[in-house]
Design a protein around this ligand. Sequence first.
Ligand code: ZN
Length: 341
Amino acid sequence: MLKTTVAGSLPKPSWLAEPEKLWAPWKLEGEELWQGQCDAALIWIKTQEDAGIDIVSDGEQFRKHFVHGFLEFVDGIDWAKMTTMGIRDNRYDADVPTVTAKISRRESAHGKSTAFCREHANGGLKITMPGPMTICDTIADEVYGKRADMAWAFAEILNEEALELQALGVDVIQFDEPAFNVFLDDVKEWGVACLNRAFQGITTKKAVHICYGYGIDANNQWKETLGNEWRQYEETFPALNDSVVDQVSLECAGSHVPHSLMSLLKDKEVMVGSIDVANLNVETPEQVAEVIRSAMRYVDAERIYPCTNCGLAPFPRHVAEGKLKALAAGAAIVRKELGAA
Ligand code: ZN
């Protein structure tokens, strides 16, 4: 009960890429890069397991960015044609590649790295990929015309990848959809349908992560415009409760999300964000326990998976390590209270 897990990303070691920076370029190349990524993943699998995290991730050590790490293996995308685009409803500008032909999966994106992690992780292993809507909000389109159509095409190739990763024995397949907190009508009109398509035929745990973004300045400023109560989830959770996903990962710690919104996910497991990604302070185990207890007012403990609000990639390594330990220790406190230690 109260098995702990992470949203996904963790800091890159300084010898692999510049720390505390998103989209940082690699410091190695070729075979050396692959070896360095494997070493970094090993460090984080061990660190997560030592901290007491039950379902670990590769910390996204094999990808530069959570979206483009998949897109690099997709044909139909012109990486020389970079377009500056306002993403997440113009919250910030990013240089993104352009879709210039119908897309297809050239080769496996995460198969090799996932097989490596499966070999070394002792317990649960989660693999994360960008969701169809979030991909379409992070790439320019010259082919499909309608975002919903391009998202469906991505859902089909994400599904090919997901089926391959399932066969490798991962325990959780998660799609990251921060765009679900931005385009609320689109989520209901086609976002959840595309998510269902991406999960077609998947029998391992199916998860979706919906957050308010990394703790970077542009996101922190956006959050200040959202008012005292962040009710975006209220719009989308009913549709998600009707979807094929098993688990929904949401942001709770240190945010203005009313915890009562979790009651809209009555048929799902809930990954309760109990670690804040917007500040450098490492939570105490008791603070984590308090978030979990609050969630238990709306979700049975059997359906709760304490988690981080979002990825920890932008943090200094010791902060991320501290937060992982606090997460596991906080869950242990509540487990003990429930007599399930
Ligand atoms: Zn996130």
